[in-house]
Design a protein around this ligand. Sequence first.
Ligand SMILES: NC(=O)c1ccc[n+]([C@@H]2O[C@H](COP(=O)([O-])OP(=O)(O)OC[C@H]3O[C@@H](n4cnc5c(N)ncnc54)[C@H](O)[C@@H]3O)[C@@H](O)[C@H]2O)c1
Length: 356
Amino acid sequence: MGLIGLENSNILIVGGAGFVGSNLADMLLSTTKRATITIVDNLLSSELSNVPRHSCVNFIHGSITNDSILVGIKDEFDYVFHLATYHGNQSSIKNPMADHENNTLTTLKLYERIKDFTRLKKVVYSSAGCSVARKTHAKADATTENDPIEIRQDSPYSISKIIGEFYSVYYQKQYHLPAVRARFQNVYGPGEILGAGQWRGTPATVWRNVTPTFIYKALKGIPLPLENVGQDSRDFIYIEDICTGLIGCALKGEAGDVYNLASGKETSILTLAEMINELTGNKAGFTNLPRRSWDNSGKRFGSTVKSEKYLGFRANISLKDGLEKTILWTKINLKLIDATIAKHDDKMKNENPRNL
Ligand SMILES: NC(=O)c1ccc[n+]([C@@H]2O[C@H](COP(=O)([O-])OP(=O)(O)OC[C@H]3O[C@@H](n4cnc5c(N)ncnc54)[C@H](O)[C@@H]3O)[C@@H](O)[C@H]2O)c1
């Protein structure tokens, strides 16, 4: 997938200091001639060190819900990538109001600001496969873009993600905002810093997602925590593939439409843990934990048929290759990761030891 079409573009990335946003900014900078990038981010779940230091990057520190920041967003952007979120499920359960402020209001206020902009070619909204996938602990079928939206959501986070989709469709229909929805499966890769940003009320502030958690613990020789003996499954997609898919949505996605960004491969958490222990040489094995009480998601993976047909998108990096790259990055950045985890030591002391 080429990047012709983004050259000379002026691009806004909301939430661009985060894991996906900072990788997207790096990819745009390294592959696109004369692109300029503005990042708006309040560093709620990210570190300033992730923002690319580059003469073509303008970083605005603050919330996209802040009116004085919104007023400064002018009709001068060709593309907007909206990646801001209140990370993640468990933090949103702990603090639904903060989730609302940073995961729902962000979308609404951004769209209200840009709805009449005339220069925009595409607005790409980052949605989540978890909001749509059928909840099953039996056999999973690939979730397609047309699957019904589950009314019983597991968290304010996933409710907010789907509200963002509703607003994307509404603003496209009502104001012709060229919004395209990208539904991600589970992204992993370099640049996801455990403990990044501010304490958000639960140990998930530190442990974020399963892949970086397993890699970090494996490198420290700690047994990997397996809930429900690792029977649940996910669709793991490498960060470079997600960024390519986001750019595909910007260049080829149809306004008003939705595309899965998935590997299309179902992997059990047990298989992931076994691969990580093997690749890191971790001999500590696993510890078994009960299922998280709120989590009914079970098994899921995404269909790639539509995004392959209409975006020409296909995830290219195998799980093994992606894990190897992520392990290498984690080893190189271990001091930084240790320091961001340590920021939360006081808060973590008061938490249930099973989460540590
Ligand atoms: N990583 C995944 O596996 C995954 C899966 C599905 C969907 N997504 C979606 O992709 C997007 C990016 O996820 P990520 O993994 O990079 O998360 P992240 O937490 O690393 O990035 C989100 C960024 O949004 C910023 N932010 C939060 N509130 C903000 C506000 N009010 N104004 C401006 N910025 C704000 C955070 O500081 C952070 O930098 C999110 O919308 C997320 O819901 C991610």
